[in-house]
Write a new protein. Structure first.
Length: 261
């Protein structure tokens, strides 16, 4: 059963916008991670950035897999954006967007997938999730205190800043914004891929980070099997968080692609 996704909307800057764009974030992310890129896309169209289930301000649910996330996106597109949209997904959101295109192609006019392939990976993000789960929130009152508590298990300051977005800090204290227990239990499904039947014959752009190992030549056969009309572009020197590191390049490649669909 789908959940109703929380979302933010950036209205188009032109008076006659084309199809709307729906953007789906990665694991432990949230809609606002796409702020810069969403504003860029809004030059031509309305942009909707969603919090995926068990993230941000969207509902928590015990089920956390790609068919469920694809169902959430399908229901969102039907209810909020007229039934058909362009879809952009990064990492976990990219896998959910791919599954959406395969399960409900009528909802997807074109698909952009940022630094993820339709394959199972062998890595895990349990270390980051467990670092957040290990915080004693009752003993913390400020973001700086949470940052200091994470410094041991997460020495990289950029990664800590990203992870700390999963905490809600208010006058009443600090609470979790993400359902960490469910995410931890779903890790095998989240790094996996269940090879759905069928294929999506619409236009697809894969954007890979040149310094990332998530999309390589070794993944080409898997991509073509499900998305026969896919194009793959590489952003040199970009890592996995390609939309944050190189938003201008991602926007330019995406807009060039969207002009052809």
């Amino acid at each position: 059963m789908s959940v109703t996704l929380h979302f933010s909307k950036v209205e188009a800057q032109r008076g006659d916008p084309g199809l709307p764009l729906v953007m789906a974030h990665g694991l432990l992310g949230q809609a606002r991670n796409f702020g810069t890129l969403a504003r860029g896309f809004a030059a031509e169209r309305d942009v909707y950035t969603v919090d995926m289930r068990n993230h941000g301000d969207s509902p928590w649910d015990e089920r956390m897999d790609y068919p469920a996330m694809a169902g959430d996106l399908a229901a969102f597109i039907e209810a909020e954006v007229g039934g058909r949209a362009l879809v952009f997904g990064h990492s976990m959101g990219g896998k959910a967007a791919m599954r959406l295109a395969l399960d409900a192609p009528e909802r997807v006019a074109a698909l952009i997938v940022a630094d993820i392939a339709p394959v199972a990976y062998t890595h895990s993000h349990l270390d980051q999730i467990n670092a957040l789960r290990g915080l004693d929130l009752s003993a913390l009152t400020r973001r700086s205190e949470a940052d200091a508590a994470l410094r041991g298990p997460v020495p990289d300051a950029t990664m800590r800043a990203f992870l700390l977005q999963n905490l809600r800090i208010s006058g009443e204290g600090i609470t979790r914004r993400s359902n960490l227990d469910v995410l931890a239990g779903a890790m095998e499904a989240l790094v996996g891929w269940d090879d759905p039947h069928g294929r999506y014959d619409g236009p697809v752009l894969f954007i890979a980070g040149g310094a990332s190992s998530y999309v390589t030549n070794a993944h080409d056969a898997a991509i073509r099997a499900l998305f026969p009309h896919a194009t793959v572009e590489v952003v040199p020197e970009a890592g996995h968080w390609i939309h944050a590191e190189k938003p201008g390049e991602v926007l330019a490649l995406s807009e060039g692609f969207l002009k052809t669909v």
